[in-house]
Write a protein that binds this ligand. Structure first.
Ligand code: NAD
Length: 247
């Protein structure tokens, strides 16, 4: 048990939850009464300060199957089996196709696509047995729009849509929903790393005329986890200010 957690609440796991969108989701779910755990890799939980109050941090690199198994064993021992999984961890390794080596391709696929497969697969068994579960995959508008210099990232994020829709059909009869959020431009380290010129260019593509925050994305994720979304599965919800509308 973590201090301040409601012992009766359902359990939520957010991967990559010590900063950015993942942290926003973890805080929101905690505030809604979930018992929340986050995984982290390079960003230690201390750096999130008070934001992680009442949240269980577990070290886990999603590219390592053993670490995934160990993280779930810790989580299940401390909080119980996962009711809500938010597969959020992701990286970029940008570069034009002609210069993109196998390593840059493979590392993004292994984290953003295969890493999601690993955590979803591990979370699924207990959900099937419980005949209840909510799985939310964090994709990107780039899956639909494409983005120069991001063939690896776009391929992985588009792959999540196929994964979610296939899995949604597999597990619907077990009352497990599988949905995708596709954020546009969210003010996090990932956008900051693009540099001002590219970030401004992306912001100028947003019909609502602004970027968004981890908190706004978290609100949509929390909705997909909620009872109000019980009849939604295989849905791809853009959270992009209209950036990829109609795609
Ligand atoms: P971020 O870089 O701040 O956070 C990414 C998180 O993933 C970090 O906590 C990081 O430690 C974790 N992570 C990376 N590799 C990992 C690994 N191998 N194992 C475990 N954890 C790992 O970026 P963010 O913007 O908060 O991104 C969160 C998600 O949202 C990502 O999947 C990203 O692709 C997606 N997204 C972001 C934006 C945006 O504009 N920021 C837009 C669309 C989609």
């Amino acid at each position: 048990m973590v201090e301040d957690q409601d012992p009766t609440g359902p359990v939520a796991l957010v991967t990559g939850g010590t900063r950015g969108i993942g942290l926003g989701c973890a805080e929101r779910l905690r505030d809604e009464g979930y018992k929340v755990a986050v995984t982290y890799r390079s960003t230690p939980p201390e750096s999130a300060g008070d934001s992680l109050r009442g949240i269980l941090p577990i070290e886990c690199d999603v590219t390592d199957p053993e670490q995934v198994e160990k993280a779930f064993a810790t989580l299940e021992g401390e909080l119980g089996t996962v009711d809500v999984l938010v597969a959020n961890a992701g990286i970029v390794r940008d570069g034009l196709m002609l210069r993109m080596g196998e390593e840059a391709w493979q590392s993004v696929i292994d984290t953003d696509l295969t890493g999601v497969y690993r955590v979803v697969r591990r979370a699924l068994g207990p959900m099937v047995r419980a005949r209840h579960g909510r799985i939310v995959l964090v994709s990107s508008v780039v899956a639909f729009l494409g983005s120069p210099g991001q063939v690896n990232y776009a391929a992985a994020k588009a792959g999540l849509v196929g994964m979610a829709r296939s899995l949604a059909r597999e597990v619907a009869s077990r009352n497990i929903t599988v949905n995708v959020v596709a954020p546009g431009v969210v003010e996090t380290d990932m956008i900051a790393a693009l540099g001002k010129a590219r970030a401004d260019e992306l912001r100028s593509m947003v019909p609502l005329g602004r970027s968004t925050t981890p908190e706004e994305v978290a609100g949509v994720v929390a909705f997909l986890a909620s009872d109000d979304a019980a009849y939604l599965t295989g849905v791809v919800l853009p959270v992009d200010g209209g950036m990829a509308m109609g795609m």
